[in-house]
Design a protein. Structure first.
Lengths: 310, 356
């Protein structure tokens, strides 16, 4: 019944699972924000996530060390970012197309490695819930916010850090200027190539962590194509959030909360066809996007390769 | 110009990546060269009836499937069945190859056509979404036998077999057992999309629970995807938060959900493939498809010259479906007895399952 939705258990459940579901989106979309702010559209996020998820899972499974797994995901993500940076910055490749190439590479490679190294679905003991002292004892709020695994906290800490770096530091200023007007930035002695290398590698790293957050913290399994389009939604969230970390957070939370709401709607046997319930997060996201057409425009140099003296 | 070169190179990369999940030889055994043809070969224009001699050429099967052979669900059920047929017939008499990860129907259609062109004896389209492609392809290869599932529809083509699983039967048995074992009287179900095999399983499961204890609440959640592991896992968490102490679910994305059940120490019932390996302490039983029962029948028919036109149902009675209990879980005697009794009832027809 509809009224069942407003019980405390259900509301706490919706909020807590919304927070969990948003974690991989946050890592991936914040990483993508850095890239796009500097003028690089990376559509390979999903592939970077898949390889990160597999690397983290496989290392955690074979060594039993979750941190080593996370580190491997970071390295794998960074290497994917490095390759992407070389292709887009040095070789001036079309960013959308090469991004899709990287996606397919990650999809195929993670599948191949999975088949050759594991062969069947297995499970690991992932990062456990970390109860923050004192805060986790607060009724309701504690359960929602402070009884999550460590990567969830990292994801949320990343938002203010990203905001600070982008808006309050020289590095952030360089990133933004390279994304808005690379010629001007170049003429003032900012190395467009170096800034873009930095943001793309950072984006790859965060995508790798996003994958790891799924395979060794939230789900604790690896399966072929387990991200199932999540990386592309993360790219969309950057547009939704108007290239601001706080906006990305809002989008990720909205999408995830509606998703957990629809899970509860079905569990409580509220008579809405499951097909409609499943559609809800997408419909609401589109509606919000339409209603709040942002005045913020995309970075001017987004998806344009930079060539000195063009 | 440089841009164009890179565009072409990237495109090549993309295309080669697309082609990556290509056929893999499952059996290395090459066909023994057909030099030693049987003595009566010149006369053998008709299929020789009941030959005891080994076949001159192995029976060759190709299968195209949407997910992976290792998905612990639908894809694996077919792969395992083919392996069992091979063990039964011998690697020198039976070879199979497969293309997995064929979520894109167009790719699958191309693969099906390729296999037919290569002269496989039987090409299996292991996914109901491949039906309309098969309907187009099959008439072009009247000498080749095709099979597709899960369905009962052969399109009236003489060279298409159809196969399905009466998943509601195993679902019913799982449901009876789940109702018996639930202490909280709340049971959660994680489904993919409300259709086909998954819907049959879930409806059968609900009927089994209702027949055992009508007071039990079964909460069903279809997540709208066969691949979204994250959402399936969150759905399981939601069920547990809503008080469920027994869970089940269908399709390959449930692997994450099983982990959540294990963390919460809730029981799990599997379907399609034996899922006990994922969480040995909480998986009670799995309904497992044994497609080899159907495959063996099809192979027999093909060798006699019937290439299709029939449909097969895997059920508990013909052994196409088996309830596999997990030895690692200590199932109480009376519950096991109840399950056995239910299976017997379904097989001899004393239990009829009414679906909504």
């Amino acid at each position: 019944m509809i009224s069942d939705l407003f019980s405390v258990t259900v509301l706490v459940g919706i909020l807590a699972s919304g927070i969990r579901l948003s974690t991989p989106y946050l890592f991936a979309a914040i990483g993508e924000t850095f890239g796009q702010k500097s003028g690089v559209l990376n559509l390979g996020v999903e592939g970077q996530m898949l390889l990160g998820a597999f690397a983290a899972f496989y290392v955690a499974l074979s060594t039993g060390n979750l941190w080593l797994g996370l580190l491997t995901a970071i390295i794998v993500g960074a290497l994917m970012g490095l390759a992407m940076a070389y292709v887009t910055v040095n070789l001036h490749a079309e960013q959308g197309i090469s991004g899709i190439g990287f996606y397919l590479f990650g999809l195929g490679m993670s599948d191949l490695l999975f088949q050759k190294l594991m062969g069947t679905v297995e499970t690991v003991k992932g990062f456990p819930k970390l109860y923050i002292p004192v805060l986790s004892d607060i009724p309701y709020l504690g359960e929602i916010f402070f009884q999550q695994n460590i990567l969830v906290y990292f994801a949320y800490l990343l938002v203010p850090v990203a905001w600070f770096v982008l808006n309050k530091t020289t590095l952030g200023l360089k990133i933004r200027s390279v994304g808005e007007n690379p010629d001007a930035a170049d003429s003032l002695g900012v190395s467009v190539a170096r800034v873009r290398y930095f943001t793309i590698i950072l984006g790859g790293t965060l995508s790798g962590i996003a994958g790891a957050s799924m395979s060794i913290a939230l789900l604790n399994v690896f399966q072929q194509n387990m991200t199932s389009g999540l990386g592309f939604i993360a790219v969309a969230l950057v547009y939704f959030g108007a290239w601001r970390p706080i906006g990305v957070l809002g989008g990720a939370l909205l999408f995830s909360l509606i998703n957990s709401l629809q899970l509860w709607i079905q569990v409580l046997s509220i008579p809405i066809p499951s097909d409609l319930a499943v559609m809800m997060p997408y419909v609401v996201t589109i509606l919000v996007l339409v209603a709040t057409v942002s005045k913020v425009r995309a970075p001017s140099a987004l998806s344009k390769a930079f060539e000195r003296g063009d | 110009m440089k841009k164009f070169v890179w565009f072409v190179l990237t495109l090549a990369l993309v295309l080669s990546a697309c082609a990556a999940p290509a056929a893999e030889e499952a059996s290395a055994a090459e066909a023994p060269a057909a030099t030693e043809a049987p003595a009566e070969a010149p006369a053998a224009t008709e299929a020789p009836a009941a030959t005891e001699a080994p076949m001159a050429e192995p029976f060759r099967v190709a299968v195209v499937m949407p997910s992976a052979t290792t998905d612990l669900a639908f894809g694996q059920s077919m792969y395992d069945a083919l392996v069992r047929v091979q063990e039964e017939m011998g690697a020198e008499n039976f070879e199979f190859v497969y293309s997995e990860g064929m979520f894109v129907v167009d790719d699958a259609a191309a693969a099906i056509r390729d296999y037919a062109t290569q002269g496989f004896d039987l090409v299996i389209a292991h996914g109901s979404q491949y039906g309309s492609s098969l309907q187009e392809i099959a008439p072009d290869f009247p000498e080749t036998s095709f099979a597709w599932g899960t369905t009962v529809d052969t399109f009236g083509e003489p060279n298409i077999f159809a196969y399905e699983a009466l998943s509601q039967e195993g679902g019913y048995v799982n449901g009876v057992l789940a109702a018996k074992l639930s202490a909280s009287k709340v049971i959660g179900v994680v489904g993919p999309i409300e259709t086909g095999d998954a819907k049959l399983y879930v409806d059968g499961f609900k009927a089994g629970v209702a027949a055992t204890d009508p007071a039990i609440q079964v909460n069903v959640n279809y997540i709208g995807s066969f691949s979204d592991v994250a959402l399936a896992s969150e759905a399981a968490t939601t069920h547990i938060a809503a008080g469920a102490d027994v869970l089940t679910g269908s399709a390959q994305m449930v692997v994450g959900a099983i982990g959540k059940a294990e963390e919460a120490n809730a029981l799990w019932f599997g379907t399609q493939s034996n899922q006990a390996s994922l969480a040995p302490s909480i998986v009670v039983a799995s309904q497992v498809y044994h497609w080899e029962v159907m495959l063996t029948e099809m192979i027999g028919l093909i060798e006699e010259g019937t290439l299709g036109g029939q449909s097969f149902s895997a059920n508990l009675a013909n052994g196409g479906q088996v309830i596999e209990f997990n030895d690692g879980y200590a199932l109480p005697e009376d519950a096991k007895a109840l399950a056995d009794e239910t299976i017997k009832g379904i097989v001899d027809g004393t239990i009829t399952i009414t679906l909504p």
